[in-house]
Design a protein around this ligand. Structure first.
Ligand code: DQA
Length: 139
């Protein structure tokens, strides 16, 4: 089974960025643990701060992987282009958020992505990604 994790803007700063909200661990170190825990799942990873690069990645892999776990970060709340790209592909898509966006500012309560994905997981810290992985693998 092939799963692609896509992280959007500012998530390259995980571990450094607002640790009270996003925790102290870098995504690279979390990813290493996740890969070791699920040796039978082929997990690949892409991060970009650019909307176009995220759209290109969805086009490139969205027809060949089994599942995409996407944290589009701030683009969740703004990007019709990412929502359209996710609508175009065949992979199962799960939207994730590290924080519980509904506990935060009103502008984080709307997602352009939620209506076009299979499901949404948020609020469990980095564990949200593992929960999403399980949701795809066990379906
Ligand atoms: C986030 C929540 C978004 O509102 C925010 O812009 C992010 C991260 C999360 O994982 O909690 O950058 O997607």
């Amino acid at each position: 089974m092939k799963i692609l994790i896509i992280n959007g803007p500012n998530l390259n700063l995980l571990g450094v960025r607002e640790p009270d909200i996003y925790g102290n661990q870098s995504f690279d170190s979390y990813l290493e643990t996740l890969k070791k825990k699920y040796p039978d799942v082929e997990i690949s990873y892409f991060q970009s701060n650019g909307e176009g690069a995220l759209v290109d990645c969805i086009h490139e892999f969205g027809f060949s992987v089994d599942g995409i776990i996407i944290n589009a970060a701030a683009y969740t709340h703004t990007s019709v282009a990412i929502a359209d790209a996710l609508s175009a592909i065949t992979a199962t898509v799960v939207e994730v958020h590290i924080s519980n966006v509904f506990k935060r500012e009103d502008f984080r309560h709307h997602s352009f992505i939620s209506p076009v994905v299979q499901g949404v997981i948020g609020g469990f810290g980095l564990k949200s990604y593992e929960l999403a992985l399980n949701a795809i693998v066990k379906q």
